[in-house]
Design a protein. Sequence first.
Length: 214
Amino acid sequence: MPPRDMAELIDRARQLEDRSLAWIAARLDVAMPPDLRRHKGWVGTLMEAALGATGGSAAVRDFPELAVELKTIPVDGDGQPLESTYVCTAPLGQELLVPWEESWLWAKLSRVLWIPILGSGPLGQRTVGRALLWTPSPGQEATLRADWEELSDLLALGHFDQLDATWGEALQVRPKGRSSRDRTWALDADGQWVLASPRGFYLRRTFTRKIISG
């Protein structure tokens, strides 16, 4: 069942603190993969089930009734993020030409429940850290907005081949496909239909590190 309110959601997250992924999977009768190489979204899906998220793969937040997005983040023993965090797809077209306040990326990041996942060893032995409910500060939102406006303009105008992971202070655009061979049709800067790698918006580790550390 979905949580009735924010207090219940936080309480559920606190009850999972220090629990191993193997313990949670067993309680939910969920099969555990040997590793994440072919199951990259498994940890997030497990936590969604444990916390009662109902958003699924639909274009809504994970907890639509509470307007909260759930993000798991792998961290090391010092609580430092181990990788960048995927936020949402980055359409290669005019869909990105909307005001920041109406963007899907801002909807996803306006309120996030972060769940740190500690450890990098065997999957079942990794444990859940202390959950953090985060709303961007005015300064953080300004940084995200500036990055999004620059990156989305380039994508919408067909300059996606100019973008690499070095662009953006908090956000970056990176390939996002099931494999390196995945392609999607997009209009390039000359208005020609071309096959391009799907892209996604990611939060940099330098940005999430500040969030997790408080």
